[in-house]
Design a protein around this ligand. Structure first.
Ligand code: 4AD
Ligand code: MG
Length: 432
């Protein structure tokens, strides 16, 4: 058998005799020729099997391949502009591995619930494949960004003794003789300990929220990356966030253009995602809402529609800072110039995708932090270790969290976050 290669590497094998291994995407016959469209996970390649070349017996066998049957095909690679992927194989041999039963997902339109129930198979479809490859590129770029800037990856625990982002969305579980444990909502508090030890860290892992909301932006299990930097203030935090987002979008455009085309993404809307991003205060955001005839009361948190209206005023992500402290988490530092607002920042993605980043400068004063814990009715014992960070060499510090799935939805131009993660978890979905 010839050298085994992957479809995405075919440009290096033009004129060579190679073997491809994969699954049948489609089969067309036209008299004495069969067109075998194979997908191998890296791309799609059309094999042209001519009866007079491969012989009658093999020609008949090739015709028995059903959609998603696994097989190998060998032959010579030829550049072909019109072919999907740009290359074709002149097939000399076909080896069937496993004939697939009647495949439930066909080119006809299926309802989204039908597809979601078959997520394990749906992932093979070209759009889902493209989304997963873009997701991977986003995650790769995130790691590259922090690794190249001297950050240390710090893995935070998933079982935690207390809430980080408010108590209303905690998943709880029994934890041996120690009572209740909660699935983490955010690794931030541990990231702060890491920043005091290592200067600049990022926490990257799954996070859990018992969100009752059935919106297109909410999952109960999602991935978050959270940088935390000692000595950074809110302005430094915003600088980091915009450089970070620009890096991610630039890399996706550079390395995953084919996938963006498959997704029919409007590329121009991504190409303008360049620094500097507009920075507006919460007060200015409220003005924008009022100008757009949205009855919004100062002091409320921005809802999904509010975020959409605000982000539609700009062609790139917008940073909204200094939210009322009342609607934000206990650990956020208040603005010394106006204690009614917190040194918080949310980044709203362009095109109405809403909040993708939430962050802040942290309260670094022991007494103020203690007062906040009490105001929020949080159990002090569970946070005693966290207060230690303010007892022993406290410094100003800041960080943020980027939700991976919302970022994937935005960059891919998807309607709903359920298609941005391999196996979504939502209040009404725990399978497959
Ligand atoms: O704004 P959030 O709640 O911020 C934090 O958790 C901070 N501790 C982060 C930090 O400062 N280190 O969540 C951060 C991001 C949101 O902007 C959003 O992108 C995403 O996490 N997110 C969700 N994504 C999907 N489904 C949900 N239910 C989400 N909740 C938050
Ligand atoms: Mg938030």
């Amino acid at each position: 058998m010839a050298t085994k290669v992957y479809i995405e590497d075919l440009s290096k094998h033009v004129g060579e005799n190679v073997t491809l291994q994969g699954w049948l995407y489609n089969l067309r016959s036209s008299g004495k020729i069969k067109f075998l469209l194979m997908r191998d996970g890296t791309g799609i390649c059309q094999g042209v099997a001519v009866k007079s070349v491969i012989g009658d017996e093999l020609f008949i066998r090739a015709g028995e391949l059903t959609q998603e049957s696994s097989f190998k095909m060998s032959g010579t690679i030829r550049a072909e502009q019109r072919a999907p992927g740009g290359f074709e194989m002149d097939v000399t041999n076909v080896e069937i591995i496993s004939i697939a039963k009647e495949y439930p997902i066909t080119p006809k339109e299926h309802g989204v619930e039908f597809l979601a129930d078959r997520r394990h198979l749906w992932l093979r479809s070209s759009r889902q494949h493209a989304v997963m490859r873009v997701r991977h590129e986003i995650i790769r770029s995130i790691r590259e960004f922090f690794d190249d800037r001297g950050f240390t990856l710090l893995d935070a625990p998933i079982f935690t003794p207390a809430a980080c982002e408010g108590t209303s969305t905690l998943f709880e579980t029994e934890y041996f003789d120690l009572g209740k444990a909660y699935l983490t909502q955010s690794g931030q508090l541990y990231g702060e300990a890491g920043a005091m030890a290592l200067g600049k860290v990022y926490v990257f892992g799954p996070t859990f929220r018992a969100e009752k909301s059935k919106t297109r932006r909410h999952l109960t299990e999602f991935w978050m990356v959270e940088p935390e930097v000692a000595f950074n203030d809110l302005a430094d935090n915003m600088d980091l966030a915009e450089e970070f987002l620009e890096h991610i979008v630039t890399n996706v455009l550079k390395n995953r253009m084919q996938e963006l085309k498959t997704l029919e993404r409007n590329i121009q809307k991504l190409e303008v995602v360049k620094r500097p991003f507009p920075r507006i205060t919460y007060d200015q955001a409220v003005e924008i809402l009022h100008k757009n005839n949205i009855p919004f009361e100062w002091g409320n948190d921005l809802g999904a529609t509010d975020e959409t209206v605000i982000s539609e005023q700009f062609d790139r992500p917008v940073m909204v800072h200094r939210y009322p402290s009342e609607v934000k988490a206990f650990y956020m530092k208040r603005d010394p110039e106006n204690p009614k607002v917190a040194l918080a920042v949310d980044v709203l993605a362009s095109e109405g995708y809403g909040e993708i980043i939430g962050g802040s400068q942290r309260e670094d004063d022991y007494d103020l932090l203690l007062a906040r814990l009490k105001e929020h009715n949080l159990p002090q014992e569970a946070f005693d270790w966290y207060l230690d960070l303010r007892r022993y060499g406290s410094v100003p510090h800041a960080g943020f969290g980027l939700g991976i799935e919302r970022t994937v939805a935005w960059i891919c131009g998807l309607e709903h976050v359920r298609e941005t993660i391999p196996f979504p978890r939502m209040i009404y979905r725990l399978t497959p």
